[in-house]
Write a protein that binds this ligand. Sequence first.
Ligand SMILES: C[S@@+](CC[C@H](N)C(=O)[O-])C[C@H]1O[C@@H](n2cnc3c(N)ncnc32)[C@H](O)[C@@H]1O
Length: 319
Amino acid sequence: MPVWPGGDTIHAVRYAIEVNSSTIEHIPVLAKTLTEQIELPTDGVMVDATIGHGGHSHLFGRNLGPEGVIVGLDIDKNAIRRAQFLLEGLVCKVILLHSNFSQIRGEVFKQGIEKVDFILADLGLCSAQLADFETGLSFQTDMPLDMRIDKRLERTAADIINEVDEKTLADLIYNFGQDRASRRIARFIVRHRAGERITTTGQLAAIVARALARPGRKRKSRIHPATRTFQALRIAVNDELENLKELLAEAPQLLKRNGSIAVISYHSLEDRLVKNSFRQNEKDNNYKIITKKPIVPGREEIAENRRARSAKLRIAKKI
Ligand SMILES: C[S@@+](CC[C@H](N)C(=O)[O-])C[C@H]1O[C@@H](n2cnc3c(N)ncnc32)[C@H](O)[C@@H]1O
């Protein structure tokens, strides 16, 4: 079992994961809470729509027997490889697919499965992806400005930054990054690219930092000034909100009666989509909402795993 040296604590489950021939720690967010909330029969069928390292799936998979099934999806090919490593020893059937969760129903159906007991989506990214040079997402390290989690996509972040007009760029930073300085940031980007193409994350981070460093302007936030612009671009490049809408639309038809859907989101744009979809499905007599308010990690979990700090978990049951 790939247990992190030092093992689990009462607030977190800690896994040791192989990434680029070194071992890193992976703590699945709200994992203990999830296993308390969701009961899977030993012959249950679960779809992990965002398999990542396979942390959450491993936890549920430990309680599945040989009749149980985990179908894991991920748009990152490397994630599939990493999940394989973690899920290897499970006795249940494990099917890992390099697929987008927007296609969840079709993908599961192709495996000869019509209905499932549990759908889990732990949105966002794994720390390994942030650190991955190829993904090009970090503003801490200078990387090619790519941001495609799925390398089958054609348009990179550099394509967007260098090619769309100033207004479209400003709207994108405002709508997906919620940065009120979006117009100023867009102006700085357009001015800079008139001189040279913007090709790295370091270049873009420096341009945004300059745009926001007005004398006398105090940014109260302690986050890096480029955080919101990077979030906006990542959402646009990977079409994240549209994919989530499709997942949420397909889920009710894929769940068995009394089956559950659990979604962990990391920013308000995602959480709003989940909340509205669950509410609409409750009105339509598809779901009973289990979490009237989202479940958030406690201080102890956040102290052990900083990635958990913005997490919100919502659960609904098919009726
Ligand atoms: C936070 S990680 C999941 C971690 C996982 N729960 C674990 O414990 O190891 C999110 C994963 O979702 C994947 N992902 C993001 N959008 C996706 C999509 N539309 N379809 C499938 N996977 C997606 C990312 O590539 C990433 O590997």
